[in-house]
Write a protein that binds this ligand. Structure first.
Ligand SMILES: O=C(O)CCC(=O)C(=O)O
Length: 267
């Protein structure tokens, strides 16, 4: 039974390696989540690219467990779903930060590809503001080789970049209104350019996987069961955030973020 995505949408996802736009909530709800994020930023400092913000912020935890979003993920991954990682990706107005062409699964240390990324817009994601771009069908061949650039303005940890030249003419710009999401496969080649607009470009990127997946480099990583059952025990269970920046959750999130960077440095 389809929950959120029609058969045609599912076929499009598996054929192209991505699907958009999928409406998750109203623009007014997106504005509310943006304002809660900006209140937290004012108190706690930048949230850009901090790992697992759903452990620290009730707003991120609500988005991550949104039933409409999870229905779409269930259509692609099946009934048992773990939330493995997440990050706000925030490009300030008129900023030179970008993400080079890459495939996510290349450097995440995971042993399979039963993973989908949901990227939900909290401000307009347009070509001008530096929305993601994706190369249709590029997930079908699996992994291509990458090299590290350590590019100064590259948002990626090591500036990882595909070795192959990407034909930008074939790329699709993933333009989204606030409250809309894109879904993408872990092997799809994607990138995003700088934000030339007057507004912040704010997205929350969330990585969902099946409990069958495993981290190759450590058994200390954690994940949050968001739907169904967990019968594998490959990840330490995570608690649900019920208070913004609870001290014990901050300590746990800090440990998990450190571990993630160790893995990123290995793969
Ligand atoms: O937010 C962006 O510009 C890129 C995010 C991304 O690469 C991802 O979510 O996989």
């Amino acid at each position: 039974m389809n929950r959120k995505l029609s058969n045609a949408e599912q076929e499009q996802y598996w054929g192209d390696g991505f699907l958009f736009p999928v409406t998750i909530f109203a623009e007014s709800d997106a504005a509310e989540h943006r304002s809660r994020l900006e209140d937290i930023e004012a108190k706690q400092g930048p949230m850009h690219y901090r790992s697992k913000p759903y452990l620290l912020m009730k707003s991120a935890a609500e988005i991550a467990r949104n039933p409409i979003l999870l229905d779409a993920v269930e259509d692609l991954l099946g009934p048992d779903i773990l939330l493995w990682d997440s990050a706000y990706v925030i490009k300030e107005p008129h900023n030179t930060k970008y993400i080079s062409w890459d495939q996510d699964l290349t450097y995440w240390g995971l042993d399979g590809d039963e993973l989908v990324t949901v990227w939900i817009a909290l401000s307009p994601a347009s070509v001008e503001s530096g929305c993601m771009k994706m190369l249709p069908g590029s997930h079908l061949e699996g992994q291509s080789s990458h090299h590290d650039t350590y590019g100064e303005d590259n948002i990626l940890h090591r500036g990882q970049e595909l070795d192959m030249a990407v034909d930008e003419e074939k790329a699709v710009s993933i333009e989204l209104q606030p409250g809309e999401a894109s879904l993408h496969h872990g092997w799809v080649a994607h990138a995003s350019h700088p934000n030339y607009s007057d507004d912040r470009r704010i997205g929350l990127s969330l990585q969902y996987l099946t409990p069958r997946m495993k981290q190759k480099h450590t058994d200390r990583e954690s994940a949050l069961l968001v739907r169904g059952e967990e019968r594998y025990g490959n990840f330490r269970p995570e608690p649900i955030c019920t208070e913004d920046f609870a001290p014990e959750m901050l300590a746990f999130q800090t440990e998990m973020e450190r571990l993630k960077h160790e893995v990123y440095d290995t793969d």
